[in-house]
Design a protein around this ligand. Structure first.
Ligand code: FAD
Length: 518
């Protein structure tokens, strides 16, 4: 019988998964809340723009475009754009198989969206990551953007966030952001990488021959660096934005030199006049759907990610994970993981040469993720930038002093109690932005010797202090409702006969070529 594979997310990982699953003969339902496939890396302009050169600001456009067309036109594929998965429902223990997939179809802020429930034979989760941003005084001023948002506006709307911009934070992502801003018409005053030269050298310089496998990424970085040089944009390391100032909107930023632990070198402060600042301190994987499915997570120095085996299988039966939810390694690695996950979820042969090659590329991607995490760690000294009144949770306007008080008071230090006491994480973003920050502040204040589970706000294995009978362990990523749903939509009877892509005469291609994963 033809397997029905549901792929959630049509970014580099999800699109590759759909392509490979179709190649293995499955019926595929590909869903994404965006209007077009591409995810963050290939964020496309809306169709209404009828862009003459949609490939501007993109890398690897031709391969992406060919894959996009192949997948969307495939007779065994159903493509559902503007479709959000808002919940996963685990089947009865007696019922085998992956969770049911609850989706809402229609523009994300529209009313009367259609509700459907999908019953896949296998599920591939490829929902990506979102920006991680550390707070600093003034970060709530208009004109302060996450680098991802600035990038999304530049790539997806051709809108610039300002004329005079500083890009700051940590990680290679700062470079494409600065490049997109320049290409879209901003003047980038400087790009500030918080990692010190010594940390960068330790992370990137170790076993340099391993980087040969990432030649494409190196070429991309070289291109960005050349663009910055042409526009005389300084790229400074060991320096960051520690404050934004302005009357009603950002007018200047204070930058400072940092030590390896990101504490400020006193006296190194400088002010730069800007009308916008873009900050990024890495990415947080979107883990609510994997958690809802029941997938185990693994703790790493860079945070928690979905645990997968050598076949991209999660710990939940027939649920696969690919891309940035399993580790932050960039679009090429996400594509490889997606291809592997899609092929195997569809029941493709595990032992072909192509699958072996994909596994080895995937391992290189994981090594790259570890290197990235080593070169761009968040230094523990960043909380020294904060003042008692600095807002930490922007949705609920919870300040640093309140978070500290809750963390050091025995009765409110457990994650759930801290949330209720401070309201941090209870607003519209549901802790997507402030969750890691609050968890980290709490763990540091609770004392030395914290491990990465503590940093993530999770109880250590066997530690019952923070668990409540009948409730799953606290996690900053646990959101049973992954996307907002109106009560009217929730009350509507869902369609259950959702996707029946036509069973067609097209036969599976029995090979998974390297080309389809490139
Ligand atoms: C804002 C942002 C901008 C970025 N820009 C760049 C860049 O320009 N260059 C670069 O090298 N790297 C960029 N990155 C890093 C980038 O995320 C990865 O390298 C790459 O895109 C990861 O691929 P992915 O398929 O794992 O995830 P993504 O590309 O993030 O794709 C995930 C897809 O899942 C969809 N999705 C998520 N949740 C749901 C849901 N509940 N229901 C339905 N659909 C859902 C999203 O709409 C998205 O299309 C960016 C990251 C972010 C967060």
């Amino acid at each position: 019988m033809t397997r029905h594979v549901v792929v959630v997310g049509a970014g580099p990982a999800g699109l590759a998964a759909a392509d490979a699953a179709l190649g293995a003969g499955a019926r595929v339902t590909l869903v994404d809340e965006a209007e077009q496939p591409g995810g963050q890396y290939h964020r496309m302009l809306p169709e209404a723009y009828a862009a003459a050169r949609p490939e501007r600001l993109h890398h690897g456009w031709r391969a992406f475009d060919a894959r996009r067309r192949r997948v969307l036109a495939h007779p065994r594929c159903v493509w559902w754009s503007e479709t959000a998965v808002w919940a996963l429902e685990r089947p009865d223990p007696a019922e085998p198989g992956p969770p049911r997939v609850h989706v809402l179809r229609g523009p994300s802020d529209g009313g009367g969206r259609d509700r459907h429930v999908l019953h896949p034979d296998a599920l591939v989760l490829a929902v990506g990551a979102h920006d991680r941003v550390l707070p600093f005084p003034g970060w709530e001023l208009p004109g302060v953007f996450t680098a991802g948002a600035a990038q999304a506006l530049a790539k997806g709307e051709r809108v610039v966030v300002g004329d005079q911009v500083v890009v700051a934070g940590s990680g290679p992502f700062l470079l494409p952001v600065a490049a997109s801003l320049i290409e879209a018409g901003s003047r980038v005053r400087e790009v500030l990488e918080a990692s010190t030269p010594a940390t960068l050298a330790r992370g990137w310089g170790r076993r340099p021959w391993e980087l040969a496998a990432q030649a494409g990424k190196a070429a991309e970085l070289a291109e960005y660096s050349a663009l910055l040089a042409r526009h005389r944009v300084p790229y400074r390391t060991g320096r960051t934005v520690i404050e934004a100032r302005g009357d009603g909107c950002v007018e200047e930023v204070v930058t400072a030199r940092l030590r390896a632990d990101w504490s400020v070198v006193q006296g190194s402060e400088r002010t730069v006049a800007v009308d916008a600042v873009c900050v990024s301190h890495g990415f947080s994987p979107q883990l609510e759907l994997p958690l809802a499915a029941g997938c185990a997570l693994r703790a790493t120095p860079a945070g928690e990610f979905v645990e997968v085996d050598g076949d991209q299988r999660t710990t939940c039966p027939d649920v696969y994970a690919a891309g940035e939810i399993t580790g932050i390694a960039g679009a090429p690695a996400a594509r490889v993981e997606g291809a592997l996950a899609g092929w195997l979820a569809a029941g493709g042969d595990r032992n072909t040469v192509a699958v072996r090659r994909l596994r080895s590329s995937r391992d290189q991607g994981r090594a790259f993720a570890a290197r990235l995490a080593r070169a761009h760690p968040i230094g523990a000294g960043w909380s020294g930038w904060l003042r008692p009144e600095t807002v930490v949770c922007r949705c609920e306007e919870t300040d640093y002093a309140t978070v500290c008080r809750a963390a050091t008071d025995e009765s409110t230090s457990a994650p759930r109690a801290a949330k209720l006491a401070t309201r941090a994480g209870l607003g519209p973003c549901q802790a997507r932005m402030c969750g890691p920050t609050v968890a980290e502040i709490g763990a540091r204040l609770r004392g030395p010797g914290v491990d990465s589970r503590d940093i993530a706000g999770l109880p250590a294995p066997g530690d019952d202090d923070h668990t409540i009978a009948g409730l799953p362990p606290a996690s900053e990523h646990r959101r049973p409702i992954a996307r907002p749903i109106r009560l009217g939509d929730l009350a509507a009877t869902p369609e259950t006969t959702a996707t029946t892509p036509e069973t067609t005469a097209t036969s599976p291609s029995n090979s998974l070529t390297e080309e389809s994963s490139s």
